[in-house]
Design a protein around this ligand. Structure first.
Ligand SMILES: Cc1cc2nc3c(=O)[nH]c(=O)nc-3n(C[C@H](O)[C@H](O)[C@H](O)COP(=O)(O)OP(=O)(O)OC[C@H]3O[C@@H](n4cnc5c(N)ncnc54)[C@H](O)[C@@H]3O)c2cc1C
Length: 444
């Protein structure tokens, strides 16, 4: 029997694609979806921050339409960067026309200079920023934004994750964008699918009638690699032939009782950052026209703010707006002093009086999204302990050896946190499919 840890999108896609092969899915929560879940509060539907299905691969889009027939709207992105009181269309590097004159010149000249420099492979993410975009764009956007986001020295990061996620325009495109051209299609997410009638979990939960043997409230508490056994809380055990794990890689390594010492040490070096997702319901229609906005400046505690109510009418009552706000922090830096929560790892709470909510609302008023006369209908804080994997030298040198070791012992660690990567919902669907097909082929 193939055992699957986790009923998030990767686990559900694996189960779906295993078809008739025998499998069982064990999920610690009482419902499916993982990060692709939704919470209902006071008439609002909030996701775990914005979760939009960007499809680059025709198969993922076809599958989504099959799983939730006629259930999606396709939405054209409306994304901006808020800087010096202005809204710059996303991506920043292709729309310098909206900047003040002196900044514009610095950004474009810096970009051209960088293109003319002789390049050696960048040693770290900071080098990559300077080499790719030049001094001006680095100074005004890329460095402040990424320092706020990653909460670390950008020299500690490697640039491998940037190839698909950060648009890299040509000099011609930058010049055209400086003259006022709008690039609606640039980047990996110019449009996306989102359920018509509710939150993102309408999609993930639509997998459930099409998969079997999913047990909820069933956290895997231990794994014996040698005898291929999963251990559960009440002493129950299950044996497997192959294990597919979609839980975060450090957690998986902690669960394996007979893990060699060097891997135990390696586990300590896997770095990531966490997100506090603050969702707000406001009693005023259309507080913004955007889908989401990036905030590089230090005076705002958040790095991105998005608007659920502009994604779908189904997500907020008529005459209201709903927002998601994202703030990163180090996993061990407890924000309980700020948000009033006892344990940020496990707690999800609500209430407009929390200090983190007040601090955020102050920032939202400062940039003009909210007015001081606005009424807060509801506030929901969702901690996301594992949010972004840190791409550093350790990951670059050791990750593939860790995953190969596990595979050699019959454990496939997949998904955004299982494979320890920066990836999307589409990738979760495709990775689940790939591993299911590999195993089904082997069993044939
Ligand atoms: C802030 C943020 C915004 C994002 N926005 C987007 C977006 O707009 N578009 C997009 O495509 N992607 C987005 N993503 C990425 C997306 O969330 C992931 O790619 C996807 O949800 C990964 O699914 P998964 O199944 O691999 O992992 P998860 O969703 O983490 O699922 C893992 C499952 O394993 C379960 N589990 C863990 N431990 C155990 C255990 N011991 N026993 C049993 N079960 C266990 C968990 O409860 C969970 O259900 C975003 C991610 C973040 C953090």
């Amino acid at each position: 029997m193939i055992a699957i840890i986790g009923a998030g999108l990767s686990g559900l896609s694996t189960a779906y694609h295993l078809k008739d092969t025998e499998y069982a899915v064990f999920e610690k929560e009482e419902e499916a979806g993982g990060l692709c879940r939704s919470v209902k509060r006071d008439g609002f539907t909030f996701d775990y921050t914005g979760h939009f299905l960007h499809t680059r691969h025709p198969y993922a889009e076809k599958l989504a339409e099959e799983i939730l027939p006629e259930g999606f709207n396709r939405i054209q992105r409306r994304a901006f960067i808020y800087l010096q009181g202005r809204y710059i269309p996303y991506p920043f590097q292709a729309h310098t026309y909206s900047l003040p004159q002196d900044m514009r010149k610095e950004c474009v000249m810096g970009f051209i200079d960088a293109q003319n420099q002789e390049k050696s492979p960048p040693e770290n993410f900071l080098d990559w920023i300077n080499q790719t975009f030049g001094e001006g764009m680095a100074k005004y956007f890329f460095i402040p934004y990424n320092e706020k986001f990653w909460k670390m020295n950008l020299r500690e990061l490697t640039p491998e994750w940037t190839s698909w996620s950060i648009p890299q325009p040509t000099t011609e495109e930058v010049l055209k964008g400086d003259e006022g051209f709008r690039y609606e299609q640039m980047g990996y997410n110019p449009s996306f699918l989102y359920p018509k009638r509710g939150g993102i979990e309408l999609f993930t939960k639509a997998f459930l009638p099409q998969v079997r043997n999913v047990t909820f409230r069933k956290p895997v508490n231990g794994i014996s690699m040698k005898d291929k056994r999963l251990l559960f809380e009440n002493g129950e055990e299950v044996t497997y032939t192959t294990l597919i794990s979609t839980c975060p890689l450090p957690h998986l390594l902690d669960l394996i009782e007979d893990l060699p010492r060097d891997l135990r040490e390696a586990r300590e070096q896997l770095r990531y950052i966490s997100v506090i997702n603050l969702n707000l319901g406001i009693s005023r229609d259309k507080v913004s026209d955007c889908h989401w906005i990036y905030f590089p400046e230090k005076e705002f505690p958040f790095y991105r703010v998005g608007f659920f109510s502009n994604i779908s009418y189904a997500l907020a009552p008529p005459g209201t707006s709903s927002l998601y706000v994202e703030i990163t922090h180090h996993p061990l830096e407890m924000r309980n002093a700020e948000c009033g929560m006892r344990n940020v790892e496990t707690c999800s709470t609500e209430g407009g009086s929390l200090p983190i909510v007040k601090e955020t609302i102050k920032g939202l008023i400062q940039c003009g999204i909210l007015k001081s006369s606005d009424e807060l209908v509801t506030a929901l804080v969702i901690p996301i302990p594992y949010a972004y994997v840190v791409y550093d030298e350790f990951r670059k040198e050791n990750l593939s050896a860790i995953l190969e070791f596990l595979k050699g012992n019959g454990i496939y660690s997949i998904g955004r946190y299982g494979a320890w990567e920066y990836s999307t919902m589409e990738d979760a669907i495709l990775r689940g499919k790939a591993v299911a097909e590999e195993l089904s082929e082997r069993l044939r």
